[in-house]
Design a protein around this ligand. Structure first.
Ligand SMILES: [Zn+2]
Length: 272
């Protein structure tokens, strides 16, 4: 009886294993706590119905992936409901990135899909929601945002507000983030300790490094790299991005703390 039960369990495990295997991610010896899934027709439909996928940007659901992951919340507990949509070629790196943030006990308030906010970035920011894909232009411009390439992530908007100064006028989004305009006192959820983690996974640009506006919540790939990944067929794009990530790490090994345009150009040189 025991052997029969054991065999049954093994068969079930094998079936489950084969279904998940194509998307199982490992980083070194640590199995990552999460998975990468295709954007199934139902999710794709929801994204369109809620104004998250609008056709303004270059992507369709075929080139997007749903990354599910766990993270440490502001009470220090582990939440397992992390969900974010990104470009297929970078999805495994994004899964590993959130795994690394969790191991570092970087605190995140919540990560819901943009459908929950009907694609409204202000609503997502006001709810302190961490998010990625959204088919939209850059705030206050016609230029397509890297969020529409599934190649940008906004993390804890309240602790990492967007700040624009025009003449004497300063705008802060979300308004609740005003307490965090001052960056010299480290507090949980502030993006600064995550900058090297994002950089190690190919997100070389941090909006907190910009002069004006300052977008502390915003991490993105170099735009040229994102455009290249979207142009290439999915499989080639993954290979290209993995090579690029290795190039980023080589640059960082030689010069720890490198970030922004310096890291982007170092990685681009090595990758060629
Ligand atoms: Zn952003």
């Amino acid at each position: 009886m025991f052997l029969v039960t054991l065999r049954f369990i093994l068969i079930i495990l094998t079936i489950l294993g084969s279904q998940a295997s194509s998307f199982q991610a490992f980083a070194g010896d640590d199995e990552i706590d999460g998975r990468v899934l295709a954007v199934e027709p139902q999710l794709c439909q929801d994204m369109k119905a809620h104004g998250v996928l609008t056709g303004r940007g270059p992507l369709t659901c075929q080139r997007l992936r749903l990354v599910e992951f766990s993270y440490v919340d502001f009470n220090g507990g582990v939440k397992t409901d992390g969900k974010i949509v990104v470009l297929d070629a970078i999805s495994m790196q994004v899964l590993e990135l959130f795994g690394e943030l969790k191991r570092n006990r970087f605190q995140i308030e919540k990560t819901k899909l943009m459908e929950a906010y009907n694609g409204d970035d202000d609503a997502s920011m006001s709810d302190n929601n961490t998010s990625a894909f959204n088919d939209r232009a850059i705030a206050g411009s016609d230029k397509i945002s890297l969020h529409a390439y599934g190649a940008a992530i906004d993390i804890n908007p309240r602790q990492n507000p967007f700040i624009r100064s025009e003449d004497a006028e300063v705008t802060i989004h979300p308004a609740l983030g005003a307490d965090y305009a001052e960056r010299s006192t480290p507090r949980p959820g502030m993006a600064e300790p995550a900058v090297p983690v994002f950089a190690r996974h190919g997100f070389v640009i941090w909006g907190g490094g910009w002069t004006n506006p300052k977008d502390y919540q915003h991490f993105q790939l170099d735009r040229e790299i994102a455009e290249k990944l979207v142009e290439l067929p999915a499989e080639q794009a993954s290979e290209y991005f993995n090579a690029y990530v290795l190039a980023c790490r080589n640059c960082l090994n030689n010069k720890p703390g490198m970030s922004g345009p310096a890291l982007a150009s170092c990685a681009a040189k090595r990758e060629n």
